[in-house]
Design a protein around this ligand. Structure first.
Ligand code: BGC
Length: 757
C-alpha cells in the first residue's frame, strides 16, 4: 500500500500544482523521484479511442471495437449484458494501455434535439443510473477506471461551453442528478468529469455545491474530479470548488497561478493537498493492474453484435417480420452499404472492422436475390433520380428493406439537431417506395427520436436500430430474418412532433441561459401529465412472440418506507418462439403535498422465456422508489398513504396494478414560519393543535365581519373557508388586528414560539 501522506509531504508546491493539471492531452504528470507513475486516459464511452502518442492531440486512434452507443445499450434494459460489455471494454483498455476510460455519460435526454443524445441513455434517471452503474462495474471489475460524465445538467450542445442551465433544486435532485448519484453510490467510478456548462450561473467546474457538497460529501465520492477538456476558467476557484484535475495539459500558466495562490494565502495548501491526495489515490490504483495482454477482437465483435441484437426495438410490425424467405429483396438506402453505427465527436472509434448491412442480409437470405439502390445521397441535396431508381427496384421485388440513417450533419457532438426529422429526401423515398411496394420495412439508424407522423402508416414494419456499433449490421439482419427475436424497448418516448416535447418552449435558451421550465416533467412524465398522444411510448417494443402477465402481487400491502417491498408477477411466453420480455415497475403516489408525476419507473427486469414457459419476476422497491425531493426540507421525503404499483410491458401498457399503503418513518422538521398559510398551520402535525384556539377566533371574527352562517361558512358568493385557507396567517391577522386586539407579529411570535419550543 503506497503511503500517500508520505509522498505528499515530500512533494514541492510546484509538483503538487503540476499534478493537478494534465501533462498532455491524455496523461497525468509523473514524478519520477517519488515513484509517481503516469496515468493515461482515453475516450469513451462505447469503445477505446487511444491515440498512438498520448502526448499529442488529434491523431487517428488505434483500432478498437466500436460497441453500440448508449442509445442502443439503454434499449437493451439488460444490466448483465451491459456489465459484460464493460468487461470487454476494460480488456481493450488493458491491451491499449489505457488506465481510465472516459465514460459513461449519464446525462438525461431532456430534448430529442441534443446532438449528443446518442451517447446518453435515457429520459429516465432510474434507467440511466442502473445502466451507467452496470457499465462502470463491468469496466472497473478488471482494474480499469471510468469517468462518469458530464456532471451536471449538460443536456444540449448549443453553447455548451458557457450556457447556464437554470434548474430548480427539486428538478436537479429528482431528474438531473439521480443517474449520477446511483452510479457513484453503487459503482464507485474512479473519476467523475464535470461538464462545460454553468449550473444556475456557476460553471460546473467551479461549482462547490455540486462537486464538493453533493458529490464528495453527500454521496461519498472518493475518486478524483476531472474537468471536461477545456472546462476550467479559473483554476484556483475550480480547486476550491473541488475540481481536482484540470484537462487537457500542459497548462504552465495555470500551474503557476496555483503556486502563486498558495504563496499569497489565497488558496489554502490543504485544499491543494486534498486534490493531490485524490489524484495520487487513483494514479496508484490504476498502476496496480498491469496494462498488457491482448484482446480477442473476433469475440468482442461478436459481443458487440449481441448487445446490438438485444437493443433493437421493433416499433411497428403488421406481420411482415420476420421475413418469410422472400425470393427478391430490394435493399435500399446508403446505410445498407455504409453502416451508420456511431456518432461524431470525441466518442468516435476507429473500429477493428465494420459489418456491411447489405452483406449481412445476403448471408441470411439463402439463394434469394438482393438488389441495391442508394436511395439518398451523402449530402443534403435532393435527388429524385435516386428515388426513382429505388422505386423501380422495389416494384419488381417481393420485399423492400429501407436503411435510413440520420446524417451526421443532423446529429453529432458539438451541435444540436436542427429538428427531429429525417431528411426531406429520406421521407420522400420512404413514401415512394412504400407506395410501390407494400411489403417494406424501414430500418432506422439514429441516436435519439425521429418524427414519423408524416410517413409512419406507409411501411409494414419499422425497426429502430440506433447507432448500433460496428457489428450492428448482423444484428439487424438477424432480427429481420427472425434468427433473433427482438427484445429491446424504448428508453425514450417517441413524440408525435417536436412542438409536443416538454422542453420545446425553453430550448435551447438564449442570452446565456436555458430555463428548465418543464421542471420534473421530462419524457413520459410530461406526456402522461398532459395526456398527450405519442408515436411510441417510453418502454415500448414489439416481439415475435407474446407475453401474458398474471398474479401481480407485493410482499406486503402495508409497509414501512425504510423496509420497501418486493413486487412479483408471473410472466408467460404465450407465443410459439423463445423471447425476452422487459417487465417494468412504475410507482404512482395517490396523493402528495407537492405535485408528482403520474408514474415513475422504479424497477425493471429482463426475462428470457421459452414458448409456454412461465417465470416469476421479482423486483425490489426501496425507500427512494416512493420518495420525492422536497425543496422545503432539502431532503428526500416519503408521505404516508396510498400508492399504486403499476406493472407494465411499457409505460402505456400497464398489465397489473397493486395498491399498497406506505407508513412513513420520517420525523420531519416543522416548516412553519411567519409566511405560512392557514392551511399549512391547520395541516401541520405540530402547528395544528397550537393554532386551534386562534383559528376558532379567526373564524368567529370572519363570521362577524361578513355575517355568514356559521355552519355553512359561505357568504359573498364564495366559500369563505376556501378563501381563508389560502391566506397567510399574517395577512388575516392584519385584517383582524382590531378585533383581536393584539399586534400581528406578537401573535405569530407567540404561536411559533410554542411550536418550536
Ligand atoms: C467531451 C468529453 C470528452 C473530452 C475528451 C470533450 O469535448 O465533452 O466527453 O471525454 O472532450 O475528448
Amino acid at each position: 500500500m503506497t503511503n500517500l501522506s508520505q509522498i505528499i509531504s515530500e512533494m514541492t508546491l510546484e509538483e503538487k500544482a503540476a499534478l493537478c493539471t494534465g501533462a498532455s492531452a491524455w496523461s497525468t504528470t509523473p514524478i519520477e523521484r517519488l515513484g509517481v507513475p503516469e496515468m493515461i486516459v482515453s475516450d469513451g464511452p462505447h469503445g477505446v479511442r487511444r491515440v498512438p502518442d498520448v502526448h499529442a492531440m488529434g491523431a487517428k486512434s488505434l483500432p478498437a471495437t466500436c460497441f453500440p452507443t448508449a442509445s442502443t445499450l439503454a434499449a437493451t434494459w439488460n444490466r448483465d449484458l451491459v456489465y459484460e460489455m464493460g468487461q470487454a471494454l476494460a480488456q481493450e483498455c488493458l491491451t491499449l494501455k489505457v488506465d481510465v476510460l472516459l465514460g459513461p455519460g449519464a446525462n438525461m435526454k431532456r430534448t430529442p434535439l441534443c446532438g449528443r443524445n446518442f451517447e446518453y441513455f435515457s429520459e429516465d434517471p432510474y434507467l440511466a443510473g442502473e445502466l451507467a452503474a452496470s457499465l462502470i462495474n463491468g469496466i472497473q471489475s478488471k482494474g480499469v477506471g471510468t469517468s462518469l460524465k458530464h456532471f451536471a445538467v449538460n443536456n444540449q450542445e448549443y453553447e455548451r461551453f458557457r450556457i447556464s442551465a437554470v434548474v430548480d433544486e427539486r428538478t436537479l435532485r429528482e431528474i438531473y442528478l439521480p443517474a449520477f448519484e446511483k452510479a457513484v453510490k453503487s459503482a464507485k467510478p474512479w473519476t467523475v468529469m464535470c461538464s462545460y456548462n454553468k449550473v444556475n450561473g456557476t460553471y460546473a467546474s467551479e461549482h462547490h455545491q455540486l462537486l464538493t457538497e453533493i458529490l464528495k460529501n453527500e454521496w461519498g465520492f472518493e475518486g478524483l474530479v476531472v474537468s471536461d477538456w477545456g472546462a476550467v476558467h479559473d483554476r484556483v476557484a475550480a480547486l476550491k470548488a473541488g475540481l481536482d484535475w484540470q484537462m487537457p495539459g500542459p497548462r504552465p500558466r495555470e500551474v503557476q497561478a496555483v503556486v502563486d495562490a498558495v504563496r499569497s494565502g489565497e488558496l489554502a495548501e490543504a485544499v491543494l493537498d486534498e486534490s493531490v491526495r485524490r489524484i495520487l489515490g487513483i494514479v496508484f490504483k490504476t498502476a496496480e493492474t498491469p496494462k498488457n495482454g491482448t484482446f480477442d477482437s473476433a469475440a468482442h465483435h461478436a459481443l458487440a453484435q449481441q448487445v446490438a441484437s438485444d437493443g433493437m426495438v421493433l416499433l411497428k410490425n403488421n406481420g411482415l417480420l420476420p421475413l418469410k424467405n422472400p425470393q427478391h429483396v430490394a435493399v435500399i438506402g446508403r446505410a445498407a452499404e455504409h453502416a451508420h453505427f456511431q456518432g461524431g465527436g470525441s466518442s468516435h472509434i476507429n473500429p477493428t472492422r465494420v459489418d456491411v448491412p447489405f452483406k449481412e442480409l445476403q448471408t441470411r437470405a439463402g439463394d434469394a436475390e438482393l438488389t441495391y439502390a442508394e436511395g439518398y445521397p451523402a449530402d443534403d441535396s435532393f435527388r429524385q433520380d435516386l428515388i426513382d431508381e429505388a422505386v423501380g427496384l422495389s416494384q419488381s421485388a417481393d420485399v423492400a428493406v429501407l436503411y435510413i440513417a440520420l446524417p451526421s450533419y443532423k446529429e453529432s457532438e458539438g451541435y444540436d439537431r436542427p429538428d427531429m426529422d429525417l431528411t426531406a429526401q429520406q421521407v420522400a423515398l420512404i413514401k415512394a417506395v412504400c407506395a410501390a411496394q407494400p411489403n417494406t420495412v424501414v430500418v432506422l439508424n439514429n441516436g435519439s427520436t425521429v418524427a414519423m407522423r408524416g410517413w409512419i402508416d406507409a411501411p409494414a414494419a419499422i425497426l429502430e436500430a440506433w447507432m448500433m456499433g460496428q457489428a450492428g449490421a448482423g444484428a439487424i439482419a438477424d432480427v429481420l430474418y427472425g434468427h433473433v427475436n427482438p427484445s429491446g424497448k424504448l428508453a425514450e418516448t417517441f413524440p408525435v412532433k417536436l412542438s409536443d416535447t416538454p422542453a420545446h418552449i425553453n430550448f435551447p435558451g438564449g442570452n446565456g441561459e436555458v430555463h428548465y421550465g418543464e421542471g420534473i416533467f421530462i419524457g413520459y412524465r410530461y406526456y402522461d401529465e398532459k395526456q398527450m398522444p405519442v408515436e411510441f411510448p417510453f418502454g415500448h417494443g414489439l416481439s415475435y412472440t407474446t407475453f401474458a402477465y398474471s398474479n401481480a402481487r407485493v410482499s406486503a400491502p402495508t409497509f414501512k418506507d425504510v423496509d420497501g417491498l418486493t413486487v412479483s408477477v408471473d410472466v408467460t411466453n404465450t407465443g410459439a418462439r423463445a423471447g425476452k420480455e422487459i417487465v417494468q415497475v412504475y410507482v404512482h403516489d395517490q396523493q402528495s403535498k407537492l405535485v408528482r408525476p403520474q408514474k415513475e419507473l422504479k424497477g425493471f427486469a429482463k426475462v428470457d422465456l421459452q414458448p409456454g414457459e412461465t417465470k416469476t419476476v421479482s423486483i425490489p422497491l426501496d425507500f427512494r422508489a416512493f420518495a420525492y425531493y422536497h425543496p422545503g426540507y432539502h431532503q428526500w421525503i416519503t408521505e404516508a398513504g396510498a400508492f399504486d404499483i403499476l406493472i407494465g410491458a411499457s409505460s402505456a401498457d400497464i398489465r397489473g396494478t397493486v395498491p399498497v399503503m406506505l407508513e412513513s418513518t420520517l420525523d420531519l422538521p416543522c416548516l412553519l414560519n411567519h409566511e405560512s398559510t392557514i392551511r399549512e398551520w391547520v395541516e401541520d402535525p405540530r402547528g395544528g393543535p397550537v393554532f386551534e384556539p386562534t383559528f376558532q377566533q379567526i373564524k368567529a371574527n370572519m363570521n362577524k365581519m361578513f355575517g355568514a352562517d356559521e355552519e355553512e361558512g359561505r357568504d359573498n358568493g364564495m366559500d369563505m373557508m376556501g378563501f381563508l385557507l389560502e391566506m397567510p396567517l399574517r395577512s388575516i391577522l392584519q385584517f383582524q388586528e382590531r378585533a383581536v386586539g393584539k399586534a400581528t407579529e406578537e401573535i405569530l411570535d407567540g404561536l411559533l414560539g410554542q411550536v418550536y419550543s
